[in-house]
Design a binder for this molecule. Structure first.
Ligand code: OOG
Ligand code: NI
Length: 445
């Protein structure tokens, strides 16, 4: 029998290798990780209830390995190859995010594990954006960018080979898996040498900072990694004491009794020296650090309410004011697990309690009654995805003050999927299936 390394193990190895590499490349990321770990430990010490809940829902073990990263690519071929690379690690494209509405000329998906067990082992995700070259107005420049991208290969030959081998034989042995991770890492490494001359860089940068970021380098450098915190307000407040300057606003919903979806903040991108092909020196600003606090996943109904309230709240200039304002607006969003569940605003994972195991549900017994009797426990399902408005806010905070509104371009899911080579998975369907499956396992339909 083939003794292949599991996709979960390869993903874990890869996410650890990425984290090590990024800590070396961007030391502030290491500082941020330390801060997040300290705050998480304190939260768990201060709130034993939280600790027990997380442990019971099997959430605790993944907390300190949990992170996401983000990359940006330039061509359909690159995106399609990334899809095949991530498949080796059990990561599949989930969701379509159109950021052109927010003035960012990309559309994106998130590569992530999808099954319950894989998510529990290691939920490492990579937010992956494809540059929309068609949004460059200047035709000459568009052609030039296209030619530069066509000439590069962001994957090592050995990496391509191992991906193919994985596809043909159905897996990789431990040694090949280790080599695969080393080779895959090369795609995401930072290069301080630009692959273009300074004039080309300037021209592309003028069009949009992101265009220069994607087109002018030999690889698709990881632009941030994001650990998960249990208290984002606290980490945001403590960042300056560690010499880190956070972006002004925490993106996403306000602080809640029952955290919903995803709250995020980041520190500003570093200005890094680069050398152009013509020997000129310059600098490039792309890489940053981010943290996130994840909460319960919302149903389509809950999400519609979230989107409405977020739009109603608008944006702000000062985080404290903005958070107060958000909290006021979000009073219309129920903030206890029972109501969230009964009004079907959020997804839950159901399991039998000890009592339920000794007195399993019988045909015809109602779920509500079983929960009331303490035979079934409903745990929040954690949101595993991203939020387009928040993502746009993160992008924007790293694009400098030059407001580069470019709301031309319509969502183009079909062209994204064509580039990717498959349809993206529907996150709502995944959450619905997980909830349904958990009910079936309890013996309740
Ligand atoms: C991605 C920005 C979005 C998030 O967490 O929403 C993002 C990028 O800057 O490439 O990472
Ligand atoms: Ni991010």
């Amino acid at each position: 029998m083939d003794n292949f390394q599991s996709a979960d193990a390869i993903r874990t190895r890869f996410s650890q290798a990425m984290s090590r590499m990024y800590q070396q490349e961007v030391p502030q990321y290491g500082t941020l990780m330390q801060l997040v770990m300290t705050v998480n430990e304190r939260c768990l010490e201060a709130d034993v209830g939280l600790k027990n809940r997380l442990a019971a829902a099997d959430e605790l073990s993944r907390l300190n390995v949990e992170r996401h990263g983000a990359i940006r690519v330039g061509t359909a071929e690159e995106l399609a190859m990334l899809r095949q690379m991530f498949a080796v690690m059990g990561m599949y494209p989930v969701g379509y995010y159109d950021l052109s509405q927010a003035g960012v000329p990309v559309h994106s998906t998130a590569f992530r594990p999808v099954s319950d067990t894989a998510l529990r082992r290691n939920p490492f995700r990579v937010f992956t954006s494809l540059l929309r070259l068609e949004l460059i107005e200047d035709e000459m420049l568009r052609k030039k960018a296209t030619a530069i991208l066509a000439a590069r290969d962001i994957f090592t030959p050995r990496c391509r080979q191992l991906i193919l081998q994985h596809q043909q034989r159905g897996g990789l042995h431990a040694e090949d898996a280790a080599t695969f991770v080393d080779e895959a890492l090369e795609t995401f490494r930072w290069h301080s040498h630009s692959s273009v001359d300074s004039a080309t860089y300037q021209a592309l940068n003028q069009q949009h900072r992101l265009i220069a970021d994607v087109v002018c380098f030999p690889g698709c450098h990881i632009n941030h990694l994001t650990p998960r915190t249990l208290d984002i307000d606290r980490v945001q407040a403590m960042m300056p004491s560690r010499g880190i300057a956070p972006k002004t606003l925490i993106e996403g919903p306000p602080r809640r009794q029952v955290p919903i979806l995803l709250r995020q903040t980041s520190f500003k991108a570093l200005e890094e020296p680069i050398r152009f092909k013509d020997g000129h020196q310059g600098s490039h600003t792309a890489r940053f650090g981010e943290i996130e606090q994840r909460g319960i996943a919302l149903t389509a109904k809950g999400r519609a309410l979230y989107d409405r309230l977020l739009a109603e709240a608008g944006s702000g200039q000062d985080n404290q004011q903005h958070q107060h304002h958000l909290a006021r607006v979000f009073r219309d969003f129920p903030d206890d697990e029972v109501t969230l569940r009964q009004q079907q605003l959020a997804w839950f994972h159901y399991r039998l309690s000890e009592k339920g195991q000794s007195a399993p549900p019988q045909a015809g017994e109602e779920l509500e009654a079983l929960i009331a009797e303490g035979r079934i426990v409903a745990d929040p399902v954690i949101y595993e995805d991203f939020l387009p408005v928040s993502a746009a806010g993160i992008f924007q905070s790293n694009l400098g003050d030059r407001a580069q509104a470019r709301s031309s371009g319509h969502a183009s899911r079909a062209s994204f999927e064509q580039a990717l080579g498959v349809k993206v998975l529907d996150e709502m369907q995944l959450y619905a299936e997980r909830q349904q499956l958990s009910l079936q396992r309890c013996g309740v339909m």
